[in-house]
Design a binder for this molecule. Sequence first.
Ligand SMILES: [Zn+2]
Ligand SMILES: [Zn+2]
Length: 327
Amino acid sequence: MSRALLCEHAGAPLRGVERAIPAPGPGQVLLAVEACAVCRTDLHVVDGDLPFPGRPFVPGHEIVGRVVATGAGVAHAPGSRLGVPWLGWTCGRCEWCLDGRENLCPEARFTGWQIDGGYAEHVLADARYCFALPEALDAVHAAPLLCAGLIGWRALKAAGPARELGLYGFGAAAHLIAQVARVEGRRVHAFVRPGDEAARRFALGLGAASAQGSDEPPPVPLDAAILFAPVGALVPAALRAVKPGGTVVAAGIHMSEIPAFPYAALWGERVLRSVANLTRRDALEFLALVPRLGLAIEVETLPLAAANEALARLRAGAVTGAAVLVP
Ligand SMILES: [Zn+2]
Ligand SMILES: [Zn+2]
């Protein structure tokens, strides 16, 4: 038998269940989960900010596991370690899949939402959407790379070659991407919840050039800003913080309503865009970079049974870095 945490209704606490260990179908791998990081998107799916998938599901899409069994056509050796990200399946035929933007596939299915995820002892995954991970990292430290790292990387690319880069919301993704940006020679300006002195110190400790409340202006005009916090009011704030020609990237899957703002905040060829999901190419690019980034990956580990507590801590803004569940 295998333990999993099930989301049965939006807004209800996850419930622990014992299930038979699933058998991999053609093209699938069965993994024994070693670690699964907790992402803000998990909150959006279990709280009902995103549509409920129509059946109870297991959340979790930053999964590190060892191969236990494989279905037909899968070459991974038993015992090898794989990472499973948010993007779980795409159609391969639509205009977006065909032009390298499978992250926008209208039929895409996502791990820990339409596909059962990693808040479990075992998980099934489509082998084509799994990735080998840098061997130097243990499972707990590799797990946050699979969404905080990958979607953060896609957001950083969308920000363009910005030298002065603002990061709004300094959680799991920002703490990784701040370090990547510094390796690339950028200056990072962190914007945290007003009054969150611990987050401010955390950002400065990771090499941010400045750290301030999100209600404060930046010390210098920014070339670009990435919004990791799901707070719509930060959109006009970030637009005002970037120079003419600057870009504001919204990196979350859900955001509270954006308040009206004067056209002057967008004028000057400022660009406002979102980043949605990830492509497998993003994952291969980022995971290939990781060994030479020297990332300090800050994690807080909790047992799988404490998943509800981990979600509550994330909701309250009490997690420094990434929370990671360990079965
Ligand atoms: Zn498609
Ligand atoms: Zn995520």
